[in-house]
Design a protein around this ligand. Structure first.
Ligand SMILES: Nc1ncnc2c1ncn2[C@@H]1O[C@H](COP(=O)(O)OP(=O)(O)OP(=O)(O)O)[C@@H](O)[C@H]1O
Ligand SMILES: [Mg+2]
Length: 266
């Protein structure tokens, strides 16, 4: 692999209102002293999609999972994660509360072995919502937001496991939305989906930017350029370049970014 000067970077701060930002985030797995993520300082604009791209092992998931404290048990995370004026990377902050505001959807659809509606109401009930009408409303609203309602409205009591992969992934998005988060983190949500389901998911995500801020890891360059406003390029645990998506794909500032987006990499 070609070696690049990893200290060379180009990181912009979007002029838009910022929903979430990190300041020199460092992630150390286990008892290791070598950071798997170094000095990541990024600001995510509100009501936009930001894509995180980069080769396998470059630290995209490590970074994304740190944002809602999913790495707490397996890694030491230094630096700040600023959300609404609070550093949520502080031991004093309630992780459960963080995840109510910052939801996550994983690469592999992972619905519970329960009915479609129970998949959505499970966490709501755990959060103390017991009113039948409110639960029903949240099921309907979140399924509509995830563009799944029309396909499942007559099957709400059927097992979620009987849905197709694409439907399961939209159910997982609905499940995350039911908690009324502010920010949605998605780690390669379309990698297990066929092209039609992928297109559907992309349209859904675009639609969701009316109400949500989205940060998505993707290996699919076309996907990143189709749906995101900003793109961050990760390389060997460093954020090398962060700018408007069009700029990253057409006229990047850094050689490593250029090589990656044009496919001349590794
Ligand atoms: N649980 C873990 N324990 C120890 N090291 C880890 C763990 N998870 C990831 N790493 C290391 O951190 C680095 C970044 O991995 P990460 O999973 O964040 O990459 P990625 O960009 O998401 O890759 P991919 O595109 O393959 O998903 C790698 O060197 C990886 O081996
Ligand atoms: Mg990953």
């Amino acid at each position: 692999m070609e070696t690049y000067d990893l200290s060379q970077n180009h990181i912009v701060t979007p002029p838009e209102e910022i929903a979430l930002s990190t300041n020199q985030l460092q992630v150390y797995y286990g008892s290791g002293s070598r950071a798997s993520m170094t000095d990541a300082s990024l600001s995510f604009p509100r009501f936009q999609i930001t894509a995180l791209i980069g080769a396998s092992g470059s630290g995209k998931s490590t970074y994304l999972r740190s944002l809602n404290r999913m790495n707490d048990r397996i890694a030491r995370i230094e630096g700040e994660i600023m959300y609404r004026g609070t550093n949520i990377n502080s031991p004093k902050v309630n992780v459960y509360e963080v995840r109510k505001h910052i939801g996550m959807v994983f690469q592999k659809p992972n619905p519970f072995a329960k009915s479609i509606s129970e998949n959505i109401t499970f966490a709501l009930k755990a959060a103390g919502i017991t009113n039948r009408q409110e639960l029903n409303e949240r099921v309907e609203t979140s399924l509509k937001e995830a563009a799944l309602w029309n396909e499942v409205k007559d099957d709400l009591n059927k097992s979620a496991l009987a849905l197709s992969g694409g439907q399961q992934q939209r159910l997982c998005i609905a499940r995350a939305l039911a908690m009324k988060p502010d920010i949605l983190l998605l780690d390669e949500p379309a990698s297990a989906l066929d092209p039609i389901s992928t297109t559907k998911l992309e349209v859904t995500l675009k639609e969701l930017t009316k109400n949500y801020t989205i940060i998505i890891v993707t290996h699919n360059m076309q996907q990143a350029s189709r749906i995101s406003a900003y793109t961050a390029f990760f390389h060997l645990g460093h954020v090398i370049e962060y700018d408007q998506t069009e700029k990253i794909f057409q006229t990047p500032e850094i050689q490593a970014t250029h090589d990656y987006v044009t496919g001349n990499f590794g």
